[in-house]
Design a protein around this ligand. Structure first.
Ligand code: NDP
Ligand code: 8X3
Length: 257
């Protein structure tokens, strides 16, 4: 069981990392279920990549749709051994308390609740078949705080700890669990969705050489291709032009005491 002809479900495959991961895996001989809300993009991908890519319309905030997923797939696509929890987003850059509650809720529902539900839905089959790998997209934002990162960073900290705990719960099974934690990565829709402003999104990457979606796909391919007894728990990756910033100090704060 397992190996290059396994079935992988990639969420958020209509753009960015998810699309690059889906392309890379199909080219390497995996069969890929590409899931996202924008089905027309997935259909275009299927046209390009052929019958080893199965486009599937899925909103990961729709719990009923997640639970129905396995039985809605054609029988020869149901044995999903690789789950790539990639669908996710940041909304807004405002610090607390200016950020909107609606944005917070959407981030939590997508990055946290959707990821847990999908993992819970598919993990039983992996355990039964004695083979599987769950990979999630965390972020450096889940480890290093920055101004305006608030709920987005917290969702990614949740993803990191959930994956470590998942690995612990699965001890004694052959299922592998990996959290990939990239820093600055360009060429995707991430910053445009976050800032809701093309010019601001462009400015995020000015003068940098950020990671690319292909770098992330290469990392996914590497962790999957390692011998079955090797588990990469976490990978933190940044472009060479990025580093963690250290602690901040305010020199003029007014206190009551
Ligand atoms: P993109 O915005 O390019 O892609 C996000 C994908 O998620 C899209 O395919 C989108 O598809 C999908 N998605 C969003 N909401 C939902 C939903 N409710 N249901 C199903 N799919 C959804 O971003 P990236 O490729 O850059 O990011 C991918 C992941 O990597 C995210 O989890 C992000 O947090 C993480 N990340 C990104 C970094 C970066 O700098 N770019 C760095 C570190 C981590 P659709 O709209 O069609 O549903
Ligand atoms: C995306 C990276 O630094 O914009 O997760 O939060 S960052």
């Amino acid at each position: 069981m397992g190996g290059r002809n396994s079935i992988a479900l990639v969420t958020g495959a209509s753009s960015g990392f998810g699309q690059a991961i889906a392309c890379r895996l199909v080219k390497e001989g995996y069969r890929v279920i590409a899931a996202a809300r924008r089905k027309e993009r997935l259909d275009a991908l299927a046209k390009q990549l052929g019958e080893n890519l199965f486009p599937y319309s899925l909103d990961v905030t729709d719990m009923a749709a997640i639970r129905e997923l396995p039985k809605n797939l054609p029988p020869n696509w149901q044995a999903i051994d690789i789950l790539i929890n990639n669908a996710g987003l940041a909304l807004g850059t405002a610090p607390i308390p200016e950020i909107s509650l609606e944005d917070w809720e959407q981030m939590v529902r997508t990055n946290v609740v959707g990821m847990i539900e999908l993992t819970q839905t598919l993990i039983g089959g992996m355990i039964e078949r004695g083979c599987g790998h769950v990979i999630s997209l965390g972020s450096t934002a889940g480890t290093y705080p920055y101004k305006g990162g608030n709920v987005y960073g917290a969702t990614k900290a949740f993803v990191k700890q959930f994956m470590l705990n998942l690995k612990t719960d699965l001890l004694g099974t052959p299922i592998r669990v990996t959290n990939i934690e990239p820093g600055l990565c360009g060429g995707t829709e991430f910053s445009e969705i976050r800032t809701r402003d093309k010019a601001k999104a462009k400015a995020v990457y000015e003068g940098t050489q950020p990671l690319t979606a292909e770098d992330i796909a290469e990392t996914v391919s590497w962790v999957l291709g390692l011998p079955a007894h090797v588990n990469i728990n976490r990978i933190e990756m940044m472009p060479v032009c990025q580093a963690s910033g250290g602690l901040a100090v305010s020199r003029n704060t007014k206190h009551q005491d």
